[in-house]
Design a binder for this molecule. Sequence first.
Ligand code: 6CM
Length: 254
Amino acid sequence: DQEMKIKKSDTPHPKIALLPTHPKYKEVNDLVNTHLQRMDEKTEGGQDTWQCIAEEGDLKVYKRELEVDGVVIDPLKACHIVKGITGHEVCHYFWDIDVRLDWDATLESSVATDWFSEDTFISHNVIKRVWPASQRDALFWSHIRHVQGSNEDSPDRWIVVNFSTDDPNIPSNKYVRVIMNVAMICETIIEPPDDGNITRDNIKCKISYTAEVNPGGWAPASVLRAVYKREYPRFLKRFTSYVHDSVKDKPIMF
Ligand code: 6CM
């Protein structure tokens, strides 16, 4: 316990590179805060309105069925606990566009189109076509942030938000544009060994992932739901094992 207190007070204050003067600063902050708040709320409420669509070990995937004008926009959330990796590592690899295609099997391409700051950029992503629907793309900003716990009970967290945006320079008529609001929030749990020497055997990461995706334009409900049921668990398993493999021989990034 003493060990943990020393570590905690040594943690530098989180740095936000995005400047308050940036036109997107408010939007980015509002989204980050909403996601953090929602996550705190759901731990108190029950899972009643959510139905579980996949459960495999510590991985659980839930959805809530929602249709607007016949278009499926089922909100999705997942939680997972993965040993040997930290929240910083998970968020880093989720955010880093240079490795995105290494783990995201639903994408055909992903290109950074604008940088707001060191921690925030826009990317244009072409999604692999799903028969019989037209091909989709997504244009969104990605922001990564370290959120320091405010007291003993609220832990340090890392968060990435991917949120749809527009950019007049990126044509939106070639594909059907998907609109989305995605967040990955992570907490690192450390069980310090008696000798105080923390290794990957002593850490695990609690992951919470949420996605609200509007497929934009018509897509058959049954196909879309089948795609989600298959692809979200696949993504979570593939992505977390990608992170696990990438960091296993590297120093722990707290
Ligand atoms: O969060 C995920 N990936 C991130 C990027 O690496 C990002 C997501 C971007 C694209 C989200 C698209 C969702 C899939 C839409 C399918 C549309 C099919 C239409 C036709 C169906 C009939 O946040 C992982 C995303 C995993 C998605 C399964």
